[in-house]
Design a protein around this ligand. Structure first.
Ligand code: UD1
Ligand code: MG
Length: 460
């Protein structure tokens, strides 16, 4: 049986007070519409049709992917009119699931439930009991409170109907053939002069089609976004949900209210994460690793028992960052794409590492730069030393053998090799390969000038 999915995303979102189309506002690092699309992609449908209108070009460009179709609605004459635009793309039979682009946290299981309840035969509505349902369409039932008779929009409702607490969430699954018939009969004879999708409920009842209303298990998954305040509220609910799931899996979060995941965070057990850390992209953290407060970590893999001290900034971008087991990083370290730290490596404060490998036990503890470098085991890289990896046109590599000591404040002008066990004297600018096992110094010899006097102030 065919399954078509229609996502309504044409609305303007005036109350967001933003030039950006509402469905492109971000929740947990992903647009509202993308949340819905990712969820429905897991349902295995035949077609996914998004109705665009306000900012259509921008919206379509932002979410475009194979298997997604877009239909434009112009002008915007209501939710019924929106779904009418998709009719030419719908199958002749089967089920059509209708969702909202601004209700981002709808769960796949709930959508599946709606589809199964419809089964290509019944009209299945998702409703929610609200303390204050004002603004919402109300679910009107028969005198016994059993059979659904219709949905009445808040603005069209009588005072008695406005007392109803069961609200329509805006999500339904309908038998496609009947849906097409009902949509063709919609009128805009109501307070708002719009074509209401919700009018099809009474039509279904009149046609003898069974209407099933399911109440959402949790309120968060049916909440829509109309204002920045609602968006912030939903973001916190979402983050709290992620935090709870991690804690259930054995992750110690210092404060679940001060924790943000904008992507995928995979943690082994006994991971500890202190307050105000932000994780983006895909981050993996191994058993027993600790992340101190105020760290930003994006696209990185952190091995077991590593310790990330406070205020560390780690952005792997496309290449990723890898932290070896038991490594110590930070505070105030900056790891850029391709930073690959082996086991027990130490990277201290104000050290920047980019596109470099550091073998087991290597240390760069203070104020240093390692770019395009291969650093051997147990190297000690002194404070203030840098690789001069860029000649103004091209990048070159620096290769530092195992057991090398690079003194403080050295410049290693790449391409260059420092042999195993070499020592580089402090303050050296090294522009030729340094031999293994020897001390290489490249700086002016120290001189003492006897009889030298300091300049004196002129007398007037
Ligand atoms: C709608 C429902 C109401 C329900 C509420 C839940 C109707 C008539 N009413 O009301 O019963 O309680 O949602 O939030 O359906 N849209 C378009 N094109 C349009 C109009 C809207 O694509 O011409 C999209 C919007 O972008 C939005 C969705 O449809 O994603 C819902 O539209 P909205 O204006 O928020 O409907 P409500 O009046 O809130
Ligand atoms: Mg709405």
């Amino acid at each position: 049986m065919a399954l078509d999915i229609v996502i309504m995303a044409a609305g303007k979102g005036t109350r967001m007070r933003s030039a950006r189309p509402k469905v492109l506002h971000q929740l947990a690092g992903k647009s509202l519409l993308q949340h819905v699309l990712d969820t429905v992609c897991a349902l295995g449908s035949d077609r996914i049709i998004t109705i665009t209108g306000h900012g259509a070009g921008e919206v379509e460009a932002a979410v475009r992917a194979p298997g997604l179709e877009f239909v434009r609605q112009e002008p915007l004459l209501g939710t019924g009119h929106a779904v009418q635009q998709a009719v030419p793309l719908l199958h002749d039979e089967g089920t059509t699931l209708i969702l909202n682009g601004d209700v981002p946290l709808i769960e796949a299981a709930t959508a599946r439930h709606l589809i199964d309840d419809c089964g290509g035969q019944r009209l299945s509505l998702l409703t929610v009991a609200l303390g204050d349902a004002s603004g919402y369409g109300r679910v009107v039932r028969d005198a016994a409170g059993n059979e659904v008779l219709g949905i009445v929009e808040h603005k069209d409702a009588t005072e008695a109907q406005r007392q109803i607490r069961e609200a329509y969430t805006g999500m339904m699954a309908a038998p496609t053939a009947a849906l097409k018939r009902w949509l063709a009969r919609l009128t805009n004879d109501n307070v708002q002069g719009e074509y209401y999708l919700t009018d099809i409920v009474a039509m279904a009842v009149a046609d003898g089609v069974h209407v099933v209303a399911t109440q959402a298990a949790n309120e968060t998954e049916v909440l829509g976004v109309n204002t920045l305040s609602q968006l912030a509220d939903l973001e916190r609910r979402y983050q709290l949900g992620r935090a709870e799931a991690l804690m259930d899996a054995g992750v110690r979060l210092a404060d679940p209210a001060r924790f943000d995941v904008r992507g995928e965070l995979v943690c082994a057990s006994d991971v500890e994460i202190d307050v105000n850390c932000v994780f983006e992209g895909r981050v993996e953290i191994g058993e027993g690793a600790r992340v101190g407060p105020h760290c930003y970590i994006r696209n990185a893999v952190i091995a077991p028992r590593a310790v990330i001290h406070p205020f560390t900034h780690m952005d792997g971008e496309a290449l990723g960052v890898r932290i070896g087991a038991g490594a110590l990083v930070g505070p105030f370290a900056r790891l850029r794409p391709g930073a690959d730290l082996g086991e027990e490596v130490h990277i201290g404060n104000f050290v920047e590492v980019k596109n470099s490998t550091l073998a087991r036990g290597a240390k760069a503890n203070h104020l240093a730069y390692l770019g395009d470098a291969d650093v051997g085991e147990r190297v000690n890289y002194g404070a203030g030393s840098i690789t001069a990896n860029y000649d103004g046109a091209n990048k070159h590599r620096t290769v530092i053998g195992p057991e090398v000591h690079v003194g403080s404040n050295c410049v290693l002008v790449a391409p260059i090799k420092v042999g195993e066990g070499a020592t580089i004297g402090a303050g050296s600018t090294i522009s030729k390969d340094a031999p293994a096992g020897q001390l290489t110094v490249a700086r002016a010899k120290q001189v003492a000038i006897s009889g030298w006097t300091r300049p004196q102030k002129k007398k007037k």
